[in-house]
Write a protein that binds this ligand. Structure first.
Ligand code: GLU
Length: 448
C-alpha cells in the first residue's frame, strides 16, 4: 500500500472513532494531506505508528460547571480540557469560552496547537480546553463565579510541569485573573507558571497580550520580504476585533500599511482612512460593546450589520483573525478578484480547505495559522520562562524575542517546503516541520 493510501485508511479510522467532530476531522485531514513525503523519508515513524498515536489525545477531561447568575438562577455548562500530546513539554494551549464549544472544537484546537507549539521550537506540548459558556452580556461578577467554578474542577489536572492553560476566544486578562486567583486559593500555592496571559501586576509578561496579532504581522512581513515586497503602503483587511485583530491592526499601522476594515459577529466596519485604534480599543476592549459603536466616533466610516467583509472590501493582504472556517470558497474567490495577493491566518483554521485550494491555484501566498499565529503561544512560553526564573523583561526586549521566534518559524516553514520540493507551500512546510519535531521526540520516548 502506498503511503497516501495508508494515510487515507488512518483518516477513515479517525473519523469513525470520533463521530460528528467535523472540525477535528478537518484539522487531521489537513495535516495528513501534507505528511506523506516525511513518512516516506522516515519509515521508522510509520513503523512506530506515530500518526495513529498523534491522532489520539493522551487524555480528555469533560466536567460539569455549575454557577449562579446575578438573579440567583442556576446554570450548568460543560467544561473541557484535552491534553493532546506531551512529547515536547507540558501540555500548553488556551481555553475558549464560546457557545459553539464542544469536544470536536476543543480537539481540533488541541491538534493544531500541538504542531504550532512544535514549530516555535520551544519546550511545550499541545492541549486545549474551554466551555460552552457564553460570556457575552454577562457581568464581571457572573464571569468571576463561572471562572471559579470552572477552576474548582480544572485545578486537579493542571500545573506548571503538567498542563499550562492560557486564553483564547472569550478568555482574556479578566478571566485569567479569576482563574489564577481560584487556583491559588484551592492549592495554597503561588504557582505563577500554571497559567499564562496573566496581568502584569501578578506575573504576566510584557507583549503577551499583543503577541498573536504582532506575530501574525511579523510573519506576513517576512513572507512579503522573501518575495521582495513589504507591508508598507498596503491596503489590509483584518477580520475580528478581539485580542488578535486589535494588535494585528496596531502592527500593520506601525509598519506603514492601512487596515481599512474589521468585524465582529454583528457585522463589519469599513473605514477607508484606516481603522482608528484608540476608538476600536475603547469600543471593544474597555466597553465590551458591539463593533457598530465604532462609527459613532468615526462618522465617515460605515457599519454593515451582518455584512461579510471578505466579499465587500478589496485588499492586498487579508488577515483573518475571527474564528474557524470564516473564509469559504466564495469569500476566497471575491478576495482573489479584488486583487488580494497574501493571506495570513491570525485565527485558528479560519480558511476552509476549498478556499485554501483556490488561493493556491491563484498563486496567492498563504500562511496557515499554526505558523502565522504561533506568536501568542511563543510569548506564553517566554512568560513561563520568566516565571520560572522569577524575572521580568522589558517590552522592547520581549518584542525582539517574539520577532526572532516568528522569523525563525517563517524560515523553517520556507526551508522545509523547499527541501520537500514544494517551494512557497507554507502549509506543507509548517505541517511537515511540526510533525517531524513531535515524531522524533515520541520515537525517542518509547511506546507510551
Ligand atoms: N490560544 C492561543 C493559541 O491559539 C494561545 C495559547 C497559549 O498561549 O497557550 O495559540
Amino acid at each position: 500500500m502506498s503511503t497516501r493510501d495508508k494515510l487515507e485508511t488512518i483518516f477513515h479510522a479517525v473519523m469513525q472513532r470520533n463521530p460528528g467532530e467535523l472540525e477535528f476531522h478537518q484539522a487531521v485531514r489537513e495535516v495528513l494531506d501534507s505528511v506523506a513525503p516525511a513518512l516516506d523519508k522516515h519509515p521508522e515513524f510509520a513503523e512506530a505508528k506515530i500518526i495513529e498515536r498523534i491522532c489520539e489525545p493522551e487524555r480528555q477531561i469533560i466536567f460539569r460547571v455549575p454557577w449562579e447568575d446575578d438573579r440567583g438562577e442556576v446554570h450548568i455548562n460543560r467544561g473541557f480540557r484535552v491534553e493532546f500530546n506531551s512529547a515536547l513539554g507540558p501540555y500548553k494551549g488556551g481555553l475558549r469560552f464560546h457557545p459553539s464549544v464542544y469536544l470536536g472544537i476543543v480537539k481540533f484546537l488541541g491538534f493544531e496547537q500541538l504542531f504550532k507549539n512544535a514549530l516555535t521550537g520551544m519546550p511545550i506540548g499541545g492541549g486545549k480546553g474551554g466551555s460552552d459558556f457564553d460570556p457575552k452580556g454577562r457581568s464581571d461578577r457572573e464571569v468571576m463565579r463561572f471562572c471559579q467554578s470552572f477552576m474548582t474542577e480544572l485545578y486537579r489536572h493542571i500545573g506548571e510541569y503538567t498542563d499550562v492553560p492560557a486564553g483564547d476566544i472569550g478568555v482574556g486578562g479578566r478571566e485569567i485573573g479569576y482563574l489564577f486567583g481560584q487556583y491559588k486559593r484551592i492549592t495554597n500555592r503561588y504557582e505563577s507558571g500554571v497559567l499564562t496571559g496573566k496581568g502584569l501586576s501578578y506575573g504576566g509578561a510584557q507583549v503577551r497580550r499583543e503577541a498573536t496579532g504582532y506575530g501574525a504581522v511579523f510573519f506576513a512581513e517576512e513572507m512579503l520580504r522573501t518575495a521582495g515586497d513589504s507591508i508598507d503602503g498596503k491596503r489590509v483587511v483584518v477580520s475580528g476585533s478581539g485580542n488578535v485583530a486589535i494588535y494585528a491592526i496596531e502592527k500593520v499601522h506601525q509598519l506603514g500599511g492601512t487596515v481599512v476594515a474589521c468585524s465582529d459577529s454583528s457585522g463589519y466596519v469599513h473605514d477607508d482612512k484606516g481603522i482608528d485604534l484608540e476608538v476600536l480599543k475603547q469600543v471593544k476592549e474597555s466597553r465590551r460593546q458591539r463593533i457598530g459603536q465604532y462609527v459613532e466616533h468615526r462618522p465617515h466610516a460605515t457599519f454593515a450589520p451582518g455584512g461579510n467583509l471578505w466579499r465587500n472590501v478589496p485588499c492586498a493582504v487579508a488577515i483573518p483573525s475571527a474564528t474557524q472556517n470564516e473564509i469559504d470558497a466564495g469569500d476566497a474567490a471575491a478576495l482573489i478578484a479584488g486583487g488580494c495577493t497574501t493571506v495570513v491566518e491570525g485565527a485558528n483554521m479560519p480558511t476552509t480547505p476549498e478556499a485554501v485550494r483556490l488561493f493556491a491555484e491563484a498563486g496567492v501566498r498563504f500562511a496557515p495559522g499554526k505558523a502565522a499565529n504561533a506568536g501568542g503561544v511563543a510569548a506564553s512560553a517566554l512568560e513561563m520562562q520568566q516565571n520560572a526564573s522569577r524575572d521580568s523583561w522589558t517590552f522592547e526586549y520581549s518584542e525582539q524575542r517574539l520577532q526572532a521566534v516568528m522569523r525563525e518559524i517563517h524560515a523553517r516553514c520556507h526551508a522545509t517546503a523547499e527541501e520537500y520540493g514544494m517551494p512557497g507551500n507554507y502549509v506543507a512546510g509548517a505541517n511537515i516541520d511540526g510533525f517531524r519535531r513531535v515524531a522524533e521526540a515520541m520515537l525517542a520516548q518509547g511506546l507510551i
